[in-house]
Design a protein around this ligand. Structure first.
Ligand SMILES: NC(=O)CC[C@H](N)C(=O)O
Length: 225
């Protein structure tokens, strides 16, 4: 049967194909493609990916309009049933805007678009998205965003830290994110949002392949289940 994953495309997505390629490399099965206007997801999905890009031109706020598209109703419902959902960059913004993850992604502290490879620390290797990494492992993954500055109130930040929900942290200052948070998971552990792009670090032609283990973790979980 294989690993049934789906990648969503919104008007303005630009990392959807890269995401589909990364999922196929990790699983050996082509990812299904889903359009923002679809009201329903394919059946029996093992994984849903919300890719990066500039959905709806980043108008209003990055991710705000995508969060209200028909497919997001189905994704919120699937997430509630425990289906793993990954949101990268604009996908992370969509996840906070849709309420699946807490906090907000504000304009970078520098006010500039940042496009470079950054060093991350794997803060929690016990999640379904990070199990193939070592705890505390340092990885190199590219970022490309203007709204990556993670904000949440102190109580929320303390809760995220206390519950092991900070999955990745920047090792150097990147965009002004509070506590250098680069990626977080939801309370149930099946939704991950992160600003860096693991799908841009999966092939030798990329700057590195440190993103591979993220997709491999999700696939391994299914095989082990
Ligand atoms: N690469 C991306 O997904 C960019 C996300 C969003 N458009 C931003 O610039 O913050």
């Amino acid at each position: 049967m294989g690993f049934r994953s789906a990648v969503v495309t919104f008007p303005g997505s630009n990392c959807d194909r890269d995401m589909a390629v990364a999922l196929e490399i990790a699983s050996g099965t082509p990812a299904l493609r889903v359009w923002h206007g679809d009201a329903e997801l394919p059946e029996r999905l093992d994984f849903i990916a919300i890719p990066g890009g500039f959905s709806y031109g980043d108008y209003l706020r990055s991710g705000a309009m995508a969060a209200r598209s028909p497919i997001m109703r189905a994704i919120v419902e699937a997430a509630g049933r425990g289906v793993p959902v990954l949101g990268v960059c604009n996908g992370f913004q969509v996840l906070t805007e849709s309420g699946l993850l807490p906090g907000a992604l504000m304009r970078n502290a520098s006010q500039n678009f940042i496009c470079r490879t950054v060093s991350l620390k794997v803060e929690n290797s016990q999640t379904l998205f990070t199990s193939q990494y070592d705890q505390g492992e340092e990885i190199q993954v590219p970022v490309a965003h203007h709204d990556g500055n993670f904000f949440a109130d102190t109580e929320t930040l303390d809760r995220l830290e206390g519950e092991g929900r900070v999955a990745f942290r920047y090792l150097d200052a990147v965009n002004g994110s509070q506590r250098d948070i680069a990626g977080i998971i939801n309370g149930a552990g099946n939704v991950l949002g992160m600003m860096p792009h693991p799908e841009r670090a999966v092939e030798p032609a990329h700057a590195g392949t440190d993103g591979r283990k993220l997709f491999a973790s999700a696939v391994a979980r299914l095989v082990d289940a």
